[in-house]
Design a protein around this ligand. Structure first.
Ligand SMILES: CC(C)(COP(=O)(O)OP(=O)(O)OC[C@H]1O[C@@H](n2cnc3c(N)ncnc32)[C@H](O)[C@@H]1OP(=O)(O)O)[C@@H](O)C(=O)NCCC(=O)NCCS
Length: 167
């Protein structure tokens, strides 16, 4: 298990291969046994995901953050901060470093983006059988508020930024 320090930064297009690698391995952990492999790990689906992530990195509409340890990408998030109730679209950590605080560091950076955009609430959808992610999000203050097909919807009240006390 890695204990190296986690850094969070905006993704650039040169990160695409590493992001797609993390994405494919992380997704497989919660779809395996629930969906046919081709639906989440087939070449057409992997290419679709890759094109979507490349578009998000290039776009002004989305923020793509990556988590690195020793300059190696170990996680990424794709989020919107355009309007109230905008979404966390992707949030994936390399299974090799799970439960070492990487997700927490990346989530903290996502919240900072929403705070900077002055949003009060944001949303996400999580595959219902993905108990690990549901527990993670709950630990970060997200609340489950509905269900759409095989996904649970969750909402986060964005915390007010901490102000330094006036001395
Ligand atoms: C869910 C995920 C992002 C968590 O990332 P992580 O780096 O392991 O998270 P952290 O180490 O920061 O954990 C923070 C807290 O989340 C909760 N948590 C994380 N994994 C958990 C698990 N397997 N069971 C219960 N709670 C868990 C705990 O409260 C944990 O704090 P603790 O370790 O002090 O108890 C990661 O497992 C992942 O990428 N999973 C696959 C991709 C995925 O499901 N993405 C969501 C798609 S919507």
């Amino acid at each position: 298990m890695s204990t190296a320090h986690v850094m969070i930064r905006p993704a650039v297009i040169e990160d695409l291969d590493a992001i797609c690698d993390v994405h494919a391995r992380a997704r497989a952990t919660y779809y395996a046994g629930f969906l046919p492999t081709a639906e989440y790990n087939g070449p057409a689906e992997l290419e679709r995901q890759r094109e979507g992530t490349a578009r998000a990195i290039a776009s002004q509409e989305y923020t793509v953050l990556c988590a690195t340890r020793q300059d190696h990408i170990v996680g990424f998030a794709v989020l919107g901060a355009r309007f109230e109730e905008d979404k966390l679209f992707h949030f994936h950590i390399d299974p090799e470093v799970w439960r070492t605080g990487t997700g927490s560091a990346l989530h903290h950076a996502c919240v900072a983006v929403w705070q900077a955009a002055k949003l009060s609430a944001v949303r996400l959808e999580v595959f219902a059988p993905n108990a690990r992610a549901r527990a993670f999000y709950t630990s970060k203050g997200w609340e489950e508020d509905g269900r759409e097909d095989d996904h649970v919807t969750m909402r986060l009240l964005v915390p007010v930024p901490q102000q330094d006390p006036v001395l």
